[in-house]
Each structure stands twice: as structure tokens, then as C-alpha cells.
Design a protein. Structure first.
Length: 461
């Protein structure tokens, strides 16, 4: 591995090494200078430590840099590298783990009692009591608890899927910005090459006395303006690459031409395929189960108990025989209050109603967004087809005619420059239309719910 040392540290270290070498190699070191002191040795150690730390940092940065060379790589990097998605998947995994134990029988309880002062019974003195108790909820309560836990886990998975789709769309928007900046820079390079050819023609005509010096200046001014545009679009590309890194949660590098392909066209879709719809549906089922659970609160819970009592022989009361006792009991626990139950039932009913209304609102909004996206894609395709079949053809023909006329002296320089700028502006418009069309198509993919596949849950260890 080749390590590049920063110039200030490298130069200082190099100078110190050369000086030390000259001192040690001199035939008369005592006449030239003194031997290196401890300060020089300490300075050299500090410089070497700084160089080592810088080299380690460079190696770590190189290892952390992720190269994204296609749309597939980008989507994979978002799915695997986005820490927020992993956090959402972990939350969904926790909910899934909780659903595995929901609705189980309550754990049995064991109670042990010791009596410092014995309790006198008809059979003797009671010293210790051991009681084992098992409660049995009313039939249906456990099933409702399992349903609520399963719906909560399902909602967690759908939340993770929604976050994944949103992060993928944001990353693709940044990728389209990268592609747009690259296409604009390519058009500027081509435009500059043509302007340089025109500059040579203008210089030749000016030297022959057939042109004006202002024509040369205007060409040079146009070339300088394109230099600024190149710098601006290069900054736009760097900002878009940084935006991709925000969704991948790692520094990324994007080779030129990585995102040239257009997005696939989705013909038809339904709102039921979206994670938001599925989450609301699970929320409705959970609210219904919560309302039914609240209705069953006043149902009694049963319990079974077994009690062992240790009894020793005693003189009081009479006839005590001192034999241990064992008893089996059946309990019935009945809530007496109704106010809390009615409040919970009403809250669950209102929550279910709110989820149903939110689902209806989502379907209406989705249908409107799908229709708007379809209209937008149709308009962009029509504009792009008109630009390719009509405007660009006319502009290229006009430009070719203007070049020939200017070279032959039949037209002025301003006519040529105007024709060239018109063709350049149309090509830049085409770049913008292509980018907008690709963005609209990726948005359509997001609307269709193709990315709303639930994230994989982490395995329980």
C-alpha cells in the first residue's frame, strides 16, 4: 500500500532526516554542528506518530468508501447500509418476539407463609402454609391478546417497509440529479468544442479583415461562461453524491455514467399493495380486537389452587391430632366496576373508526397521486417526442446552414452564434425532460408498492 504523507509533515520529517544524516556522515561533526539533542529525537517521534495516524485514517476512509455503479447497487446499498432501516427492523423483530408469548396462560404463583406465632386450629398448631395457584382467563381473552400482538408485529413490519421505500426513492432522486449533472456537463463539453472551432474561424476572418474583433470577444466570453457552468454542475453532482451517502449512511463514490437507464414503467397498481394501507388494515383489526377485549373485561377469570399446611400436635384445643392438611380450591374473580371498562371500549371503538377513516383518506389520496403521475408522465413523454422529432431537427438543420453560410461569408457571426445557442438550449431542455421523466417513473414505482416488501427481521439469539 502506498501512503501519501502531507506536505508540511513530510517536508519537516524529510528535512530532519537529511540534517541528521549529514551530521552523522560528516568527517568533522564537532566542527560543523552538535550531535542531535533529545529534543530533535522527540520531534522526530512526534512527526512519525502523526504520519502513522494520518496513514491509518486514510486507510480507514478507503475501506469505508462504497462504490455505487448502478441502480441495483444503489437499492441494495440503501437496504443493507441504512441504519434507520435496521433500527426499524429491530423494532419489528421485538414486536414479533412479543407476539410469540402473547395469549399464554398466566404463570402459576407459589406462596410460602411461615407463622412465628403458631395459629391454633382444630388439628393442631399451624406453622407453615404452601399455596400454588393457577389463573384461567375467560375463554376468548387469550385469543384476542394473540391477535392484538400479531397485528402490532405486522404494523411494525409495514413501518419498516415504508421507511425502506421512502429511503430508496430519496436515493434515486439523488441518483437522477447525478445523471442530470453529468448529461449537462457532457452537453457543455460538446458546446465548447464547437465554440472553439468557431473561434478559429472568427480569428481567421478577423486577421483577413473580413470580421470584427468583437466577434472573437463574444466567443471567448461564451467559453468563459461555460467554464462557470461546468464548475456549477460539478458542484451539483458532488452534492447529489453526498445526498446518496445520506441514505446509505456511508461515504459513496459514483462512477460517471452509473445511472443512465430510465426507470421501468409500471402499467397498473392498487393502493392495497402499499405498506401504509396494510398497516392501517392491521391497525383496524387490532382496534377491533382491543374493543372486544374491553367488552370481555367483566367476564370472570377462573383459578385453581392447592394448599399444603403443616400442623404439629398441640395440647390446645383438645382432641388435636397434629396431622398435616391439604386443600384444593376453585376461585372466581369478577370485576365489579363498569366505568373503566366502558371507557376502554369507547376508546377502542373510536380508534377503530379513526383508522378506517384514515384508510379511506389514504386510498383517495393515492388515487389522486396515481392519476397526477400518469398525466405528468404522458405530458413529459409528449414533450420529449416533440423535442426529438421537431425542434431538435430544425435546430440542427438551422445550425448546419448557419455554419456553412458564415464560412462562406453569406451571414454574420451573430446569426451563427444565435443558431448555436438555440441548439444548445434545446439539448439542455432535453436533458431536463429526460431527468424529470425518469424521476416521475421512479415515483410511479414507489406509488405502486413494489418496494414495500417488509424488511427481514433480525434473528433472535
Amino acid at each position: 500500500m502506498t501512503t501519501t504523507v502531507p506536505s508540511p509533515i513530510g517536508d519537516a520529517l524529510k528535512s530532519a532526516c537529511i540534517q541528521s544524516k549529514n551530521i552523522m556522515d560528516s568527517p568533522f561533526p564537532a566542527l560543523n554542528c552538535r550531535r542531535p539533542s533529545w529534543r530533535s529525537v522527540l520531534l522526530g517521534c512526534v512527526l512519525l506518530g502523526a504520519v502513522g495516524a494520518f496513514s491509518t485514517t486514510q486507510a480507514q476512509d478507503a475501506e469505508e468508501l462504497l462504490v455505487v455503479s448502478s441502480v441495483e447497487d444503489l437499492l441494495r446499498a440503501v437496504s443493507e447500509g441504512n441504519v434507520s432501516l435496521r433500527a426499524a427492523a429491530s423494532r419489528a423483530g421485538a414486536l414479533a418476539s412479543a407476539s410469540g408469548v402473547a395469549g399464554a396462560l398466566p404463570d402459576p404463583t407459589v406462596a410460602v407463609g411461615f407463622f412465628p406465632l403458631p395459629i391454633h386450629t382444630a388439628r393442631g398448631e399451624q406453622l407453615m402454609q404452601l399455596r400454588v395457584e393457577q389463573m384461567l382467563p375467560w375463554p376468548g381473552k387469550r385469543e384476542l391478546q394473540r391477535t392484538m400482538a400479531d397485528m402490532e408485529a405486522h404494523m411494525g413490519r409495514e413501518d419498516a417497509a415504508r421507511l425502506k421505500a421512502e429511503a430508496s426513492l430519496e436515493a434515486l432522486h439523488a441518483a437522477m440529479a447525478v445523471a442530470q449533472a453529468e448529461a449537462r456537463m457532457a452537453e457543455i463539453h460538446s458546446f465548447r468544442e464547437r465554440l472553439r472551432r468557431f473561434e478559429s474561424v472568427a480569428l481567421t476572418r478577423y486577421e483577413n479583415g473580413e470580421g470584427e474583433q468583437q466577434h472573437v470577444w463574444k466567443l471567448q466570453l461564451a467559453l468563459a461562461a461555460q467554464e462557470q457552468a461546468l464548475a456549477r454542475f460539478a458542484d451539483d453532482r458532488a452534492a447529489a453524491v453526498a445526498a446518496i451517502g445520506q441514505q446509505v449512511h456511508r461515504p459513496v463514490a459514483v462512477p460517471e455514467g452509473a445511472f443512465l437507464a430510465l426507470a421501468p414503467m409500471v402499467a397498473d397498481a392498487f393502493p392495497e399493495e402499499r405498506s401504509e394501507y396494510r398497516r392501517m388494515q392491521a391497525g383496524i383489526q387490532r382496534a377491533a380486537a382491543a374493543r372486544e377485549t374491553a367488552r370481555l373485561v367483566n367476564r370472570p377469570d377462573w383459578g385453581l389452587s392447592a394448599t399444603w399446611m403443616t400442623i404439629v400436635e398441640s395440647d390446645m384445643p383438645a382432641m388435636s391430632d397434629g396431622r398435616d392438611a391439604f386443600g384444593v380450591g376453585v376461585m372466581l374473580r369478577v370485576p365489579l366496576g363498569r366505568r373503566e371498562q366502558e371507557a376502554r371500549e369507547e376508546a377502542a371503538r373510536l380508534q377503530e373508526q379513526a383508522m378506517q377513516e384514515a384508510q379511506e383518506a389514504f386510498v383517495a389520496a393515492w388515487q389522486a397521486m396515481w392519476a397526477e403521475n400518469s398525466i405528468r408522465i404522458g405530458q413529459l413523454e409528449a414533450q420529449l417526442a416533440h423535442l426529438d422529432s421537431r425542434l431538435l431537427l430544425v435546430a440542427e438543420s438551422m445550425l448546419e446552414s448557419s455554419v456553412q453560410a458564415y464560412a462562406a461569408g453569406r451571414s454574420g457571426f451573430l446569426d451563427l452564434l444565435d443558431a448555436e445557442r438555440t441548439a444548445f438550449d434545446l439539448r439542455m431542455q432535453r436533458v431536463e425532460l429526460v431527468t424529470r421523466l425518469a424521476t416521475a417513473r421512479w415515483t410511479r414505482v414507489r406509488l405502486s408498492g413494489q418496494w414495500d416488501v417488509p424488511s427481514e427481521l433480525p434473528s433472535n439469539r
